[in-house]
Design a binder for this molecule. Structure first.
Ligand code: LP5
Ligand code: MN
Length: 240
């Protein structure tokens, strides 16, 4: 049993070489891994399962092909692709997981998350998330024509970028007290997440918490993957 964890690939029509790198990664993963967990932001943006672009169907097909050779693929929503729905999951032959999701591995309880929920100092983002995750907002958005949705998503990407330029870097990272509480409340020894694009392994030794937090990296010219095999844990960056 070998488990792989990736996140923040941000695939789009504009990233052909990263897309190809992911397809190659999937081929290797299908041979080497039993389970692959994609912890959000697989896509730069997902505007609905009715997206009829060749890019969307190409990625979906490659994922499905990997699952056909026995690899189980799990997907968790990120802040860019929270609109991936049941049709996408069926077409790609994957299982969508809630955030957070817990797995038992040997004697460890491991938590998986996209990671944005730990950024509790970013109050504007929390407010934004509440709005766009409400079913009323989603029903309204998904009822708009594809082209209009594309435009809204692209405007929102620009707005997000200029908002981030004004935000202090520290508020866009996880909040230490939120992580501390999360470890205690869920009695976990390992937390794996993405979102912040700050790949690292953090040892946490605090009152009542003795654990590890692993942050996955984002994909561009290189990719990042955490693998768990028996008791061995490797977080590595590789050329795409
Ligand atoms: O994504 P990234 O890395 O740039 O920044 C994130 C947070 N931003 C977002 C927004 C997404 O990037 C937008 C793209 C979504 C594509 C999905 C398409 C379908 C839905 C279309 C959505 C309208 O998640 C950013 C965080 C950062 O991570 C670090 O954690 O800071 O948060 C923001 O930029 C949010 C702003 O601070 C607040 C925005 C105020 C706008 C309020 C409008 C209310 C809702 C109306 C929706 C049109
Ligand atoms: Mn994210």
């Amino acid at each position: 049993m070998k488990l792989g964890f990736i996140s923040d690939l941000h695939l789009s029509e504009k990233t052909p070489s990263t897309n190809e790198g992911f397809f190659k990664f999937l081929k290797t993963a299908a041979q080497e891994f039993s389970h692959l967990y994609i912890l959000g932001d697989l896509f730069e943006s997902w505007i609905g399962d009715d997206d009829d672009s060749s890019f969307a169907s190409d990625v979906t097909e490659h994922i499905k092909t990997a699952t056909r050779s026995g690899l189980e693929i799990f997907f968790m929503h990120g802040n860019r692709d929270f609109l991936c729905g049941n049709k996408f999951a069926e077409d790609a032959n994957i299982t969508i997981l809630p955030d957070p999701f817990f797995i038992d591995y040997f004697d460890q309880k491991i938590a998986l998350s996209h990671g944005d929920d730990f950024c509790t100092d970013d109050l504007k983002y929390i407010e934004f998330k509440k709005e766009v995750r409400s079913s009323s907002w989603q029903e309204d958005f998904l009822s708009k024509p594809l082209e209009e949705r594309q435009k809204i998503a692209s405007n929102m990407r620009d707005a997000s970028q200029s908002n981030k330029d004004k935000k202090d870097l520290s508020i866009m990272d996880v909040a230490a007290n939120t992580i501390h509480e999360f470890f205690i409340q869920n009695n976990i020894s390992l937390l794996i997440h993405g979102h912040t694009h700050r790949p690292n392994t953090h040892q946490i030794s605090e009152p009542n918490v003795d654990g590890v937090r692993i942050v996955l990296g984002d994909w561009h010219d290189t990719g990042w993957c955490l693998t768990l095999e028996d008791q061995e844990r490797v977080l590595e960056e590789f050329k795409l």
